[in-house]
Design a protein around this ligand. Structure first.
Ligand code: 2P0
Length: 362
């Protein structure tokens, strides 16, 4: 589909008011998105596990304005309290999505949002936050104009991408691919799609224990981070590698090849960090505890053969990934050896999830 296909036909009916609510999950990339072009177009394709526990709940009340005005009108409450510093990001999001949701200036919105994970946990909330908000606005449009479920999911992902790239992978479960890739004809730079190939059951209930090594603000925001890939000496090779890794991942997922999976996922995580270390300016986003965790995990895996591996986001926290069949052993190891490296001993037990859920519609 093209961008213009997401522009609706002229509306004929506008409800006076209503309220919608959605819960949208976070996601963790296996092949990473790092680098983008104009209009939130990714420099390379990526694939992620949709999470389950880490999620954002958003509800949007809408009331038709008495007098048409040219601007957006909204109040924002985060965990029950007005949150002025989130407003510019929402304003930019509304500006970007307005061509595709031309009803937005007709209403006043009250947006109430909260996260299932602590805001200052260093866990990306932009993916779950922007996908929940995109779903709320699209639900309102679906009351003005009918749409098919398949189109709804694509458009929700398309809109979420305009808020935050990785958010477009947070609409559906359980594996989502975003970005055009030759190996998957229906893939698109404009939205994420549910991974359509055969996946071995070993990957079905995969676990993700998120070790919160550093809960503070991220050292490098995503805009600065993606921009580091412009004029980066290794950018082209890295983008090529992401395509190759998606090709390699297909038989790994199909055959339940855990060794292949662990190797590819860890290499992707370290490559992401290597890109940040070799850019100008350069950053080290891992902390001493991040490295301690990685070394202990490798030692444990070598000694026990338990198939447990790690991945990283653009920060110091570690996502420990393993199949459900070794959950007991993995959790014991995490508690005995890794939790000591977490800030205040905090970690989140998450797993693969099935995607966003509508909570209500009034
Ligand atoms: C990912 N990350 O694939 C990569 C890996 C972090 C590390 O996408 O600027 O918040 O909003 O499009 O999606 C984080 O960047 O960036 C990210 P924007 P986003 O999950």
């Amino acid at each position: 589909m093209t961008e213009t296909e997401f522009i609706p036909k002229a509306y004929t009916n506008f409800p006076e008011k209503g309220k919608v609510g959605w819960k949208a999950p976070s996601n963790i990339a296996l092949v990473k998105y790092w680098g983008k072009k104009a209009n939130q177009i990714p420099a390379n394709p990526s694939i992620s596990f949709t999470l389950d526990v880490s999620a954002t709940i958003t509800q949007v009340s809408y009331t038709k304005k008495k007098v048409d005005s040219n601007g957006f009108s909204f109040d924002l409450l985060f965990e029950g309290k007005p949150k002025e510093d989130f407003k510019p990001k929402i304003q930019t999001f509304l500006e970007r999505i307005e061509p595709y949701l031309p009803f937005l200036k007709k209403y006043h919105f009250v947006i109430e949002t909260s996260n299932s994970f602590p805001h200052s946990s260093g866990i990306a909330s932009s993916a779950s936050g922007m996908s929940a908000l995109a779903l709320c606005f699209l639900s309102i449009e679906s009351k003005i104009q009918d749409m098919e479920l398949d189109f709804f999911k694509k458009k929700a992902s398309f809109l979420a991408r305009l808020g935050s790239g990785s958010a477009c992978r947070s609409i559906e479960g359980d594996l989502v691919q975003w970005g055009h890739h030759q190996g998957l004809e229906m893939s698109s730079d404009l939205y994420g799609i549910k991974y359509p190939f055969v996946v071995d059951p070993i990957f079905k209930n995969y676990q993700d224990t998120i070790l919160l090594v550093h809960k503070g603000q991220k050292q490098v925001g995503s805009t600065v981070g993606h921009n580091l890939m412009h004029d980066h000496p290794y950018a082209e090779k890295r983008f090529e590698q992401a395509h190759l890794n998606l090709d390699k991942l297909k038989p790994i997922l199909e055959e339940g090849d855990l060794q292949g999976f662990m190797q590819l996922v860890e290499s992707e995580a370290l490559t992401l960090h290597a890109m940040m270390m070799t850019s100008m300016p350069y950053f080290i986003l891992m902390m001493p505890d991040t490295l301690e965790i990685i070394n202990k995990l490798w030692r444990f895996r070598k000694e026990t053969n338990v198939p447990i591996c790690f991945t990283l986001d653009a920060g110091a926290n570690v996502h420990v990934l393993y199949p459900e069949s070794v959950k007991e052993k993995a959790i014991q190891f995490i508690k005995d050896e890794l939790v000591a490296h977490c800030e205040n001993g905090h970690y989140i037990c998450d797993q693969i999830g099935t995607g966003a859920k509508q909570l209500f519609e009034e």
